[in-house]
Design a protein. Sequence first.
Length: 135
Amino acid sequence: MPYRPTDRTRARLAAARERIVDAALDQLAEGGYASASVVNVARRAGVAIYVIGLGQDVDKKKLEKIAEETGARAFFLQGASELPGIYATIERELRSKYLIAYQSTNTGNENTFRTVELKCDQPGVEVKTIRGYYP
């Protein structure tokens, strides 16, 4: 049986869309936050930031880095009419995520960022993950 999202799931996705657009377009594009600060906060919260850049006057490298560092993707559009397709792509990705946990062998007490690398030997499978975590 195919997956059928409930009204509650649709509402959550709609709220997530709003947060994605707010964070990516309002704050980043207008220079409200430094990209390093956004990445740092997202890393500590375990949040993936899907970035949507609209038009020609966006800093693609900066926005791509934010998305990549938080385990998401960046999308660059020419017009708002492309948004429904992007939202559908993000929705598919959010529904196909898995949670993988492990116990670190690092017993140090330092509160520094620890990098994690996840690889998959399955051909045709794309792995997206956060770059690491804070203990």
